[in-house]
Design a protein around this ligand. Structure first.
Ligand code: 13P
Length: 336
């Protein structure tokens, strides 16, 4: 077993998943604005440190994805990566520099950040990171995603992943097909399959060790403005079909993004996926909003109430962990 494979498994085995706390300062400011909390360095640190010191970090979270600001911060005498490592989870880092309009298109995006990446990775490793994330983003419409966007983002994801493994870290490869639009789940299945297949074609071309990669895909959903919706069982079935057909067997696991689903939807769908999972892939979570939303709302009412906020976060993390084992049910959502 390679060292990279060991790291990947440590993050996603035993009902553990990933806390995506890597919102850029711009995105975090939007999240804090929405709950009427001022977005300054202290508040961003306080909320995140509250999550990182929760009990569920030991039992439900195998890795935390950080943003550049957070990986350099300390709380008390310890750095944030030390605080995360002390809980038994691994610190990770978002290394892309965001999605910009793709030349040759007026709408589609290409994710940037390859220039100088090798040097940045070395620094992040020294700061404690053991895995990384890069997100490619694709839209669905009658014209999109175009071949150009599918190819360009797959190429960037693969060059990123190869550089990350060279620095002894596990790359999370995140091709996110957005849920915006009125397309059907069937179209989402077709487009997502095309996107993921191209990513692996490029990863193989770039000699990436697939046993040391975690795929972070979207689930197969109807567009958020579609008039009719498939059942949750259908979502699970189509998601599994897509992954079984598109992901090489060497890949140890899949950690889904929540992508705008509510906390309960993201939990219920993950649970159904695991109940029906006949593949050899571990299927877990790498949720941002679906792990943090309720905790952020609670915290915003009294930012001194660490214990109360942690209780809300612990509950959500526990529900996700049960879903990652196919053991969740709606009755368990009622909090004592
Ligand atoms: P969401 O779960 O909120 O979609 O965030 C996951 C993520 O890391 C997006 O890049």
């Amino acid at each position: 077993m390679s060292e990279l494979n060991k790291i990947a498994l440590k993050i996603i085995l035993s009902g553990k998943g990933i806390l995506a706390a890597d919102e850029s300062t711009g995105t975090m400011t939007k999240r804090l604005d929405a709950v009427n909390v001022k977005s300054n360095e202290d508040n961003r640190l306080n909320f995140r440190n509250t999550l990182f010191t929760s009990e569920s970090m030991r039992t439900c979270i195998g890795g935390v994805i950080l943003y550049d600001e957070t990986i350099r911060q300390s709380f008390g005498s310890k750095t944030i990566p030390e605080i995360i490592s002390d809980s038994g989870a691994l610190p990770g880092i978002k290394v892309d520099t965001g999605a910009k309009v793709l030349a040759g298109s007026t709408y589609e995006k290409i994710t940037e950040g390859l220039d100088g990446l090798r040097e940045r990775l070395k620094e992040y490793y020294k700061l404690g990171a053991r895995f990384t994330k890069w997100r490619g983003v694709y839209s669905i419409s009658d014209k999109f995603p175009s071949k150009l966007s599918i190819y360009s983002n797959a190429h960037a994801l693969a060059r990123y992943a190869a550089l990350v493994q060279e620095c002894d870290m596990v790359p999370i490869v995140e091709p996110e097909v957005l849920m915006d639009g009125n397309h059907s789940a069937k179209v989402c299945y077709e487009k997502t399959s095309e996107v993921i297949k191209k990513c692996f074609e490029e990863l193989i071309l770039n000699k990436v060790d697939l046993t040391g990669v975690i795929l972070k895909p979207n689930m197969i959903l109807d567009g958020n403005s579609a008039t009719s919706k498939v059942s949750n069982d259908q979502i699970a079935k189509l998601t599994l079909k897509c992954l079984e057909e598109s992901v090489p067997k060497e890949v140890p696991g899949v950690a889904f993004l929540s992508g705008g689903q509510s906390e309960i939807e993201a939990t219920e769908n993950l649970n159904l996926i695991n109940k029906a999972n006949k593949t050899k892939f571990i299927m877990t979570y790498s949720y941002g909003r679906a792990l943090q939303q309720s905790a952020l709302k609670y915290w915003s009412k009294d930012i001194e109430d660490t214990t109360g906020t942690q209780k809300v976060f612990n509950h959500r993390a526990k529900m996700c962990s049960l879903a990652a084992q196919g053991k969740w049910s709606k009755d368990l959502e009622i909090q004592s």
